[in-house]
Design a protein around this ligand. Structure first.
Ligand SMILES: *Cc1c(COP(=O)(O)O)cnc(C)c1O
Length: 418
């Protein structure tokens, strides 16, 4: 919930400039209400579609404990893609039996940890991985819950860098080989074969690719059942898009209806793994204008946030709406909004129409809750920025700005230097 009150931008009932005073800029601020509204909207959509389900929030969208802890308290599960994310999920209070583990390159150490924690399911993506899981599970004497992630060869019609369900993408098991692999895996003594999984991409704005992929999954489930393989869990991945600019994403209700229409007849346990649609609009990045300058006819607004804090525009040509924290109503100008990093790609917006701003003014980059802080780095030796959560009239720091001392703490000069 980000809105203007008397021309001043607020996160819930907290004025943005008040947070800036307390923690300095740049910083992320999250709305606890938007987050819980999003979770409840998914819950209600699945419930209304009469689907037995678990929502496994995709931690990689935003792994902050303030976010994961809020979702854990609401009853969310987690989709993790590393042992580190599994650690975060467990620390946040998400029970192991609501955690699914995805990813093409899980190491033996990561698989061991997942099996020992007895998580809901490991989504295996290759025969080699299945063999590894079986081997580790037999050594531990624990049966591992496994689903196969199949690649449905569906075009999600999204940005090339975030499409994952095409034959030429690295993800999942080839569709035509899936049945053979199921039959092999079913015989393995270390494996409890519990499900089937897919994830076709991210920022998907059309229900058709979902419908196509889920329909393919239905056919696969029927084929497997007639071959004697009974599955409990149908994991549909994430990928539902959000509005950044002019997009019109499908509603969570319509998404759930597509699931019901394609897979409801099996009456099985549905798992969804939303990331972006859970946290994207629940966070903004607030930055201060350091300088403005004019070169030829071009206006530049130079801000104190950089591509290391929010990489999406540099990496995916992503659009973030950028608005002033204090609306003046002055006639807008056209400007490039750029960060301080020594890279040309450190540009948040080109030819953006925006109210004129001056040194010291605050700007907010909207819908930065997903793949913002979780993709940030300390490039240019810039500290990770604070993350704040607003809750009604209250706000709390849920990650402090890192210090130079912390940033250097693991480093040392080699001993041979005098
Ligand atoms: C990234 C990812 C998700 C979340 O995707 P969103 O587009 O953020 O919803 C879900 N499942 C898997 C396997 C992923 O890799």
């Amino acid at each position: 919930m980000f809105h203007y009150k008397d021309n001043i931008l607020h996160a819930e009932d907290v004025a943005i400039d008040k947070i800036a005073e307390a923690v300095g800029t740049p910083f992320y601020v999250y709305s606890s209400k938007t987050l819980s509204d999003n979770f409840k909207a998914f819950e209600n959509a699945l419930k209304n579609a009469k689907l037995k389900h678990t929502i496994c929030y995709s931690i990689k969208a935003n792994n902050n404990l303030g976010i994961t802890g809020t979702l854990a308290a609401l009853g969310s599960g987690a989709d993790v893609v590393s042992a580190g994310e599994m650690h975060v999920a467990l620390t946040a209070g998400i029970p192991a039996d609501k955690i699914v583990f995805s990813g093409v390159g899980k190491t033996r150490a990561e698989l061991k940890s997942a099996i020992e924690n007895r998580i809901l399911q490991i989504n295996a993506e290759s025969e080699a991985e299945i063999n590894n899981i079986n081997d580790i599970a037999l050594k531990l004497g624990i049966k591992a819950n496994v689903a196969l992630r199949v690649n449905p060869d569906v075009d999600a019609k999204t940005h090339v860098k975030i499409t994952t369900g095409k034959k030429e993408n690295k993800f999942g098991v080839d569709w035509d080989e899936a049945k053979g692999l199921y039959l092999k895996t079913a015989k393995m003594k270390g494996i409890n074969l519990v499900g089937i999984a897919m994830h076709i991409g991210s920022q998907i704005l059309d229900l058709d690719p979902f419908r196509l992929a889920f329909t393919k999954m239905a056919a696969m489930v029927e084929e497997l059942e007639s071959a004697g393989i009974k599955l409990q869990n149908l994991d549909l991945g994430g990928g539902l898009g959000i509005n950044y600019n002019v997009e019109l994403p499908p509603s969570k209700d319509d998404y759930a209806q597509v699931i019901a229409q394609t897979l409801g007849k099996f009456n099985k346990h549905i798992i969804i793994e939303p990331g972006r649609a859970m946290v994207g609009d629940a966070g903004i990045l607030v930055t201060e204008v350091i300088y403005t300058k004019k070169m030829g006819e071009r206006n530049y607004i130079i801000v104190d946030a950089g591509m290391n804090d929010l990489v999406r525009p540099a990496m995916y040509d992503a659009w973030h709406t950028i608005i002033p924290a204090r609306k003046t109503g002055a006639a807008p100008i056209t400007a490039d909004i750029v960060g301080p990093i020594c890279e040309t790609s450190d540009t948040f917006a080109k030819d953006r129409i925006i109210e004129p701003v001056a040194q010291g003014d605050l700007l907010a980059m909207m819908s930065a809750g997903a793949y913002g802080s979780s993709m940030s780095s300390i490039y240019n030796f810039r500290p990770l920025v604070p993350e704040v959560m607003a809750h009604g009239k209250k706000f709390e720091v849920v990650r402090k700005r890192t210090t130079y001392e912390q940033m250097l703490s693991g480093e040392s000069k080699p001993s041979w230097i005098k």
